[in-house]
Write a new protein. Structure first.
Length: 76
């Protein structure tokens, strides 16, 4: 099988729509997962953001505690 045959197979596969898997962007999924919100500046954080990162944000950006910026955060 030469290069011409491979190219023809590829064109045929794409023409049938089997080769296209669609967009693989995770932007919409990541945007929907932002459920932690700083009550001071309203910045959003992903649900998987760990407590040390939230504490760092509260201290460095606002000179406040975790509880002041993120009331109700479980602290996992």
């Amino acid at each position: 099988m030469g290069n011409g045959a491979k190219a023809a197979q590829r064109r045929e596969r794409h023409a049938n729509g089997k080769g296209d898997k669609g967009p693989t962007s995770r932007l919409k999924v990541n945007e929907a997962a932002k459920s932690i919100i700083c009550q001071t500046c309203r910045q959003t954080f992903l649900l998987t953001t760990r407590t040390p990162a939230l504490e760092e944000h509260a201290q460095n950006k606002h000179s406040r505690t975790l509880a002041e910026c993120f009331p109700g955060h479980s602290g996992k």
